[in-house]
Design a protein around this ligand. Structure first.
Ligand SMILES: Cc1ncc(C[n+]2csc(CCOP(=O)(O)OP(=O)(O)O)c2C)c(N)n1
Ligand SMILES: [Mg+2]
Length: 538
């Protein structure tokens, strides 16, 4: 077997049936191994390496399962780096297969094609686990270890490099069974302390982050048992169904944070509460996190439970009833809080009208992909999400341009449900060339592009905070409908929420290729008073 064949076999052994990729001479022997394996791995090639990497990210987020991409070294790696960084920030299990110059030339500066100084060192700053495959017999073990690392502790990306002359080298290869991800044993003492604290709480609050996505049933049961509202903002959306009155958005969450005596934080950095809202001695924080370093990073919590959220919360649910006090239902209180904030949020038009149109048409299990744009910011506060993994948001990276290609990957991996990507005119052109990928691979993604002719968010800040001194925030755009049609995509313009809903209906019924819906808009009211809110404790 060659190294390339061994890697293909190892990916298949781990259930990876798709590779997002952009080829080149360094990886030709690997790609030939993909062909000779009778296409058992479907190769989806993109038009820029960031497209391939974002697609792997979207596929990983939408499925919760490891996904892989392959690119050439040097510029190929760097072109994919923003997506790799985002995968790191979003704890997404993405395996990057990166080419290398000839093995004996690495580190010698001989000006080989795509050579980059200390590629392994650069990679080691981007991901927690990386290795170079030196021979075919190493491949099965390294792929297994890479994938195990992607799912162990804080999940996240891993990389494997392989030199141009190693992919085609032959040797005797022994297959390696997948290595199960490991979880630390549950700390029974900490469970009991957490159960007692939560059980005695007068006003408990749960905060769900991306690490709670696989523990939706457990968070829901805990919320009901404790009558604890559940706050989610970006990555934790959908963990508790937004139709549940206990599900709250960021502004309500901040009010509740001010009043809470015990907070259960599941798989979240708690960035907004700890750094913006403040803490004091009257608040006990119980943290559930897969990363042992995370809970005490900012301040030592009352209790830290380390490991995957699901088994920990299951155990907590077993222990809690013996300690749980009776609390009256908070349904009415939450209804009032929602009504109160909804009244204030109502000034976010036209954002809310367009979001309502999308929600009305997108099925319950359809996937909404957020972006760094006005409709995106509003969606984090006011787009109802009903199920886990149906709201994909870039989290703390908040990197403009991630949305369209990430959504393409989500739609490629989940062909059974409609995926809708929302984007600004600024963000869309970061990866708009991937419309060609959507055509080539018949990916039925629907993209709604809100065109205000500007980096609108930047422009509004210049208007409001810098005396209207505008710089680098106006945009010259193509005719987006004609642009999309030139790729062969379906495209139309929708000027109102009602028209958008009708356009979405047409788009979702088309399953053989992409649709772009351009929505012309003007400047929109700022959402920031509902996001960057000041201190309420400490
Ligand atoms: C990678 C990256 N570059 C730059 C920014 C800064 N930034 C935030 S919002 C924004 C403008 C977004 O413009 P557009 O996509 O048209 O959305 P709009 O605000 O107009 O709705 C920029 C440049 C960023 N968040 N990420
Ligand atoms: Mg814009």
């Amino acid at each position: 077997m060659t190294t390339g064949e061994a890697v293909v076999a190892a990916l298949l052994a781990h259930g990876l049936g798709t590779l997002y990729a952009l080829p080149g001479i360094h990886n030709d022997d690997f790609f030939d191994a993909l062909v000779r394996n009778a296409g058992k791995i479907r190769t989806v090639h993109s038009r820029h390496e960031q497209g391939a990497a974002y697609m792997a990210l979207g596929a990983a987020l939408a499925t919760g399962k490891p996904q892989a991409y392959a690119v050439v070294p040097g510029p190929g790696l760097l072109n994919s780096a923003a997506a790799l960084l985002t995968a790191y920030g979003m704890n997404a299990p993405v395996l990057a297969l990166i080419g290398q110059i000839p093995a004996d030339a690495i580190g010698r500066g001989l000006a080989h094609l795509h050579e980059i100084r200390d590629q392994a060192g650069i990679i080691a700053r981007l991901v927690d686990w990386s290795a170079r495959i030196g021979a075919p017999q190493e491949a099965p073990r390294l792929v297994a270890e890479a994938i195990q690392s992607m799912l162990t502790g804080r999940p996240g990306p891993a990389t494997l490099e392989c030199a141009i002359d190693v992919w085609g080298r032959s040797g005797t290869v022994t297959p390696q069974a997948p290595l199960p991800p490991t979880d630390p044993p549950i700390d029974e003492g900490a469970i009991k302390t957490a159960a007692k604290r939560l059980g005695a709480a007068e006003r408990p609050l749960i905060i769900a982050g991306g690490g709670a996505q696989d523990a939706s049933a457990e968070v829901t049961r805990l919320a009901h048992l404790l009558q604890a509202p559940v706050l989610s903002y970006r990555r934790g959306r959908g963990v508790l169904d937004d139709r549940d009155p206990l599900s709250v958005n960021l502004p309500i969450g901040r009010d509740l944070w001010a009043e809470a005596d015990v907070v259960l934080a599941v798989g979240t950095h708690l960035h907004m509460p700890l750094l913006h809202w403040g803490i004091d001695r009257d608040l006990a924080i119980i943290r559930v996190d897969a990363d042992p370093q995370e809970p005490a990073r900012f301040a030592k919590p009352a209790v830290a439970l380390i490991g995957s959220a699901k088994p920990i919360l299951r155990r907590l649910l077993e222990v809690l009833p013996a300690h749980n006090k009776r609390r009256p239902s908070r349904t009415e209180e939450m209804r009032e809080r929602h009504a109160c904030i909804d009244k204030r949020l109502a000034r976010l038009e036209p954002q809310l009208g367009f979001l309502a149109a999308i929600r009305a048409e997108l099925p319950e299990d359809g996937i909404f992909v957020d972006e760094v744009t006005q409709i995106g910011f509003a969606s984090r506060l006011a787009f109802p999400v009903y199920r886990p993994r149906t709201y994909l948001s870039p989290g703390y990276q908040d990197n403009l341009g991630f949305g369209f290609a990430t959504a393409l990957g989500a739609q490629d991996a989940r062909r059974d449900v409609p995926v809708v990507s929302i984007t600004g005119d600024g963000g869309f052109l970061f990866t708009a060339s991937e419309l060609a990928t959507a055509m080539r691979h018949r990916i039925p993604l629907t993209t709604v592009l809100f065109n205000d002719g500007a980096f609108g968010n930047v422009r509004r800040i210049q208007e409001e905070r810098y005396g209207n001194r505008l710089i680098a925030s106006d945009l010259a755009n193509p005719d987006f409908v004609a642009f999309a049609k030139s790729f062969g995509a379906e495209a139309e313009r929708a000027k109102s929420p009602r028209r958008l809903q009708a356009a979405l209906r047409r788009a979702f019924s088309r399953r053989d290729g992409p649709t772009l819906i351009e929505v012309p808009v003007g400047p929109m009211p700022s959402p920031w008073e509902f996001i960057l809110m000041g201190r309420v404790r400490g």
